[in-house]
Design a binder for this molecule. Sequence first.
Ligand code: UD1
Length: 420
Amino acid sequence: MEKIRILGDHALQLRGKVRISGSKNAVLPAIVASLLTEERLWLQNTPRVKDVFTTLTLMEELGADSELKEDILSIRSKKIISPEASYELVRSMRASILVLGPLLARYGKAIVALPGGCAIGSRPIDLHIAGMQRLGASITLEHGYITAEASRLRGADIQFEKKTVGGTENLLMAATLAQGETVLRNCAQEPEVVSMAELLVKMGARIDGVGDEVIRIRGVKELGGATHEIIPDRIEAGTFLVAGALTGGDITLEKVDPGHLTAIVEKLCVSGANIEKVDDSTLRVIGCPDIKPQDITTSPYPGFPTDMQAQFMVLMTQASGTSIITETIFDRRFSHVNELLRLGANIEVNGDKAVVKGKTPLSGAEVMATDLRASASLILAGLIARGETVINDVEHLDRGYEKIEDKLKRLGASIERLKK
Ligand code: UD1
């Protein structure tokens, strides 16, 4: 198991430039969308993160061939050789459920393992399944696997009970090849959903209302190849913005989309950071030594993202006063709290709320990464904790952050990876 060691410093100020990678959550559905066509997709700005490689392994098992050169991924699912996503892969990456829709739509059958437990609370897939049933699929559940079958999906009017990013993406992909019109209501509006819909349109899908809560899809017989640039990772960008604010530093983030970061930027600015839009793809954050407490409540886009909750909590440990952080998207998404307590933070969790009392000096300790964003929060905390922090189980971090140690090192952090 690899570890990360950080030599933290209260007085550390991160300074310099950092280039933000392509979005993990946008590239995964884009890769999977290749199952909808026998032609080739070229995905530019693909991040080299573990979830991408896990998805490519899954795609290979289904019959795709792919090549990643620099940041351009070329992928083709000329023929689907198996409709099955095994438990081993689905367990390690829940987003594997995204193959359900495209496999059903093109191959007429999908067998996908049920994801099971997950470190950030229960993450059911009932809305994905109910949607596929509305499109005419018959679904059975046996031996921990869902089998979905349909000779050809039929368009339907589908109302999501709750906003779901993966559910919207799955149904959107399935509906592109269904017979007739599908209306999806109460859709997730995250930039990653929009990016995927734009890719599908390039592939020949007929979609109205991209980015809206109601999306209309008129099914077509087949889709073709396309070239698509993956949007910048707004969560990686948000993590570096917090790093700048937390250390009173001065960081310029290149290759970002400021329009996707509004909720995060707003909260950081009211907590004292100075964030300037340098141009359409560059943001500069200048931290301020006097951090003000802020309450946040996570919610679907354009609200404050749940994927930034843990990182923002670290910032609030350094604010002068009390902040209340409310997590509304996932239950049990406070696993980072116990680790932050080990570093000296003062946080109390009560149901879906965490009460953070600042300002507490942090001191380095050995901690455990429990999920992807929790790992990022521990790195941030380690940067300003006095002495050595060792983070165990960093494979979670590698799922979604590209070369984070190198990027932080270039900004002045003392951070290294221990290979065993
Ligand atoms: C995606 C993101 C993840 C982010 C999350 C919320 C990817 C690969 N992952 O996850 O990083 O934290 O959006 O922004 O893009 N739900 C149901 N039934 C379902 C589906 C979801 O009840 O069938 C619930 C979930 O338990 C959760 C909420 O809906 O409470 C939102 O989940 P969802 O948007 O589906 O998250 P993911 O797509 O899994």
